[in-house]
Write a new protein. Sequence first.
Length: 153
Amino acid sequence: MLPDDPEILTNIFYKDGSLRDVYIFDTDEYEWRKFLNLLKTIPFICEFMVNGIESNHIHFDIQDILKLSDEKNVLFIINLDGVKIHCHFFCIEEIELDINPKEINNYRAMNLVFEFMKTISNKLNKEVIITPENMPTYPLLTIYPNGDYQIAT
C-alpha cells in the first residue's frame, strides 16, 4: 500500500487530460498467459470489447486475441471498483494498460491500482511501471516483483 500522501496522488495521477500508461516489458506468450489467467482470478469485473461492443465470449488465449486484434479493435477493461484499466493488445513483447487519472480521486482508488500492479509484478516476476501517456522511458512509479516500489523524484 502506498502512503496516503497528497504528493504521490498529485505527482502520479495529475489531471492534464492525458492518460497514464502501465507497462510490463519483455513479455512473451508465457507471460501474457499468466497475465490473462490472473484476470480470471481477480474479484473485479472484466469486459472483453471488440470494436467497441462487449463480447459475450471472453477470450483468454493470447494467440486468439492477437489474431483478432489484427482485424478488429480489441480491448479488455478491468473495472477496479470504478477505476477502469484498459488492456491493449498491441504486441506480444509488452503488456500495456492505460488508466484515466480522473478516476483516481482518492487514496483508496490509488491503492487499488497500486495493489493491482503489485499483484501483476509478483505473478509475472517482472517490473511494472506507470508512466505519462506514451512515455515508456519515464516511469513515475516502478513496482518490483518483491513488492518494493520506487517513486520518481
